[in-house]
Design a protein around this ligand. Sequence first.
Ligand code: GRF
Length: 207
Amino acid sequence: MQLAVFVSGGGSNFQAILDAIGAGRLDADVALCVSSRPDAGALERAARAGVPTCVLRAAEFPDDVALGAAMLEALATHHVDFVALAGFMRKIPSSVVAAYRHRMLNIHPALLPAFGGPGMYGRRVHEAVIEHGARISGATVHLVDEEYDSGPIVLQDVVPVLDHDTPESLAARVLEVEHRIYPEALRLFAEGLVRIDGRRVYITTND
Ligand code: GRF
């Protein structure tokens, strides 16, 4: 698996992926880190790990078609065959979604299809979960399609929502789950253990 990881922020999920590769739990090379911002903390992690980087700021492109073409060119240059969105704050242009269909994952910090969709990102997700009074939250790894947070679900796991939770404390608990299930989901793809049929994702266990 020649992986590209797309980031916009601190990159703790990116780090979890690098760590899983380093520990031999995921057989992949991170061939490229694509950032939507030049100041993303994740770029420092990439530099430390010797991963090539590429900053693609949407504002520098006239439209989504041009942004998509630049993304596809960067991905082709680095022979990327699988994409992991890890805190990437831009909608992926449809040309890229189509080129990497069933080969592009995203992680969302709640149990989709609840608390997802346009505008539901970062702290807002955890605020909404707490305000709604949900008893559980969690993380979802899903395939990327043309809509926000809507593609077929690959893995999910849950955490409790506690009475004293703040968005920050809940986010920290969810993040632990994210760091576990994202590398695991990538491993399932790297080992060819996933079959997709419409919205259903079937996983072969080899134990
Ligand atoms: C994570 O909560 C992820 O679920 C969401 O954005 C956040 C990224 O955090 N899509 P990090 O940059 O990986 O630390």
